[in-house]
Design a protein around this ligand. Structure first.
Ligand SMILES: Nc1nc2c(ncn2[C@@H]2O[C@H](COP(=O)(O)OP(=O)(O)OP(=O)(O)O)[C@@H](O)[C@H]2O)c(=O)[nH]1
Ligand SMILES: [Mg+2]
Length: 471
């Protein structure tokens, strides 16, 4: 064989090796509003960008064995989307006093290219280094709650909202909107102004449910965080009494026809588009659940969080799939359930937090396991804001946490506290009557540009979510 043919074959083999060494992974970071998605993404990106210099990742095998060479930001795939504001989040964390990255108001994405030494001997023979492209999308948690709407028609949605009003506290907040809605003649010719006014009252009701009751079940989610849809007629609808909402007997051009049409338009053009653009193409998923804030807010808030998170899990695509099938119809094949903000409780309570989370997500987990996918449950803190220590109570040493409470931002006073015992099972009503839980938000830690953000088990999460990709 002549020299040029040999080198040609070698180039082709190198190209082939390069092709198979360049892997791609889309990570779904899922969670209700305030669960800690943006903090997780910020910390994950930070840990990866600090590369081989980051010595805070002992539970990630690749980093432990010096196989991780580093990461860089790459141009994101969708040019019409905002870029994830990593720099903004980091600047907030590094400011004096430090503050948390801002709540999310729209979709953004970030792409990282990770370079590593392949772990398997065979791959290493083909190439000394390989790349993994990692895509992550951030979005407001509220928008996720709209996914279950895709399986409902207008009347079913009215029934769903009506059932929720059996909760007396919600019913109280709904009074103003319902009084206004009672004056609407559903069969009269559509009156856009009246419909817009009632929709505004319904939107206010959703805001009140969120701020006063700590409820997550805010539907439609765009009503509270409309982004570019603010003021658009697609957000001017609301649920009515289910018996009046039949989609079969509708007078043409009536108020009912208008409400139904807007509901369907919202599903088709807002929810489905969001879903198709961002939610059907994932390979791995982390579901972040803040179990602690609802423990503060009471029984109804806790049940509402549980229902919301389990409903959402039915909206994703799960299942094992071959390499070829993954190219055309990717499915999530590994899912991590993570109890976020674990730095709010003392370390020996993390096992209780994990047991609690397992019960919270039991329904969704059954659904996912049925598809044969690999799941794990853990407690983590993306950005660790407290230190574990001990405090003396009545002469006895008890485990405690210490940090600067968000409420002490001006004085910067350090507080040592024991937040209460995390229940290891789904708590009953009595939990809030007898014991309760004192969850107080902490200021983030003082962060330096030269060291990675402090965390709890973020490396274990990386190992589970990405570990097998580095073979
Ligand atoms: N102590 C502690 N607090 C955290 C951590 N992660 C998030 N938080 C707190 O939770 C708040 C909400 O976190 P985000 O990351 O903004 O939550 P999100 O899921 O992105 O919320 P949306 O954007 O509203 O959907 C933060 O502002 C912090 O107060 C953590 O690891 N430790
Ligand atoms: Mg966010």
């Amino acid at each position: 064989m002549n020299h040029s043919r040999l080198s040609n074959i070698k180039t082709k083999a190198d190209d082939l090796a390069k092709l198979s060494m360049d892997k791609h992974l889309r990570l779904a970071v899922t969670g209700l509003s305030g669960a800690g998605k943006t903090a997780f993404i910020t910390s994950l990106v930070n840990q990866l960008l600090l590369g081989a210099e980051n010595h805070q990742l002992p539970l990630w095998k690749l980093a432990r064995e010096h196989g991780f060479l580093g990461a860089k930001r790459s141009p994101q795939p969708h040019l019409h989307l905002a870029s994830f504001d990593y720099q903004g989040g980091l600047a907030a964390l590094q400011s004096q006093p430090p503050s948390w990255p801002k709540p999310t108001h729209g979709v953004s994405e970030i792409r990282l290219k990770l370079r590593y030494k392949p772990q398997s001997v065979i791959w290493r023979k083909l190439s000394h280094t390989a790349n993994l492209t990692l895509d992550i999308v951030d979005y407001p948690g509220e928008w996720l709650l709209d996914l279950p709407l895709l399986n409902m028609n207008y009347q079913q949605w009215c029934e769903h909202i009506n059932t929720g009003l059996q909760d007396s506290r919600k019913a109280k907040l709904a009074e103003h909107w319902q009084q206004q809605a009672a004056h609407l003649d559903v069969n009269a010719t559509a009156n856009e102004t009246q419909v817009a006014d009632i929709a505004a009252a319904y939107t206010q009701y959703l805001h009140d449910c969120k701020s006063q009751l700590g409820m997550h079940h805010i539907q439609p989610g765009r009503f509270v965080l409309p982004a570019e849809l603010a003021g658009a007629p697609v957000l001017a609808f609301f649920p009515i009494q289910p018996d009046l909402a039949s989609t079969k007997v509708q007078v043409k051009n009536s108020n009912l026809a208008l409400l139904t049409e807007r509901f369907e338009y919202y599903k088709e053009h807002v929810v489905k588009r969001f879903y198709q653009q961002h939610f059907i193409k994932f390979d791995r998923q982390i579901v972040l659940v803040d179990c602690l804030s609802p423990l503060n807010n009471g029984h109804d808030s806790f049940c509402d969080m549980q229902l919301a998170i389990n409903q959402i899990l039915h909206s994703f695509n799960y299942g094992q799939s071959s390499l070829l099938r993954r190219l055309f119809s990717p499915k999530i094949d590994k899912l991590l359930f993570a109890a976020s903000k674990a730095d709010h409780v003392t370390p020996e309570q993390h096992t209780r937090l994990v047991s609690l989370l397992s019960e919270v997500v039991a329904d969704g987990k059954r659904h996912v396991k049925f598809e044969g996918i690999d799941t794990e449950t853990m407690a983590l803190a993306s950005i660790k804001a407290t230190q574990a220590g001990t405090a003396k109570l009545n002469g006895v040493n008890i485990a405690a946490i210490k940090g600067i409470l968000q409420s002490d931002q001006t004085t910067q006073k350090t507080t040592m506290l024991f937040p209460g015992e995390v229940p290891n099972r789904l708590p009953k009503q009595q939990f809030w009557q007898n014991q309760g839980f004192e969850f107080s938000p902490f200021q983030p830690p003082a962060c330096s540009p030269y060291t990675a953000l402090p965390h709890i088990r973020l490396d274990q999460a990386i190992e589970f979510l990405l570990g097998d990709k580095f073979r």
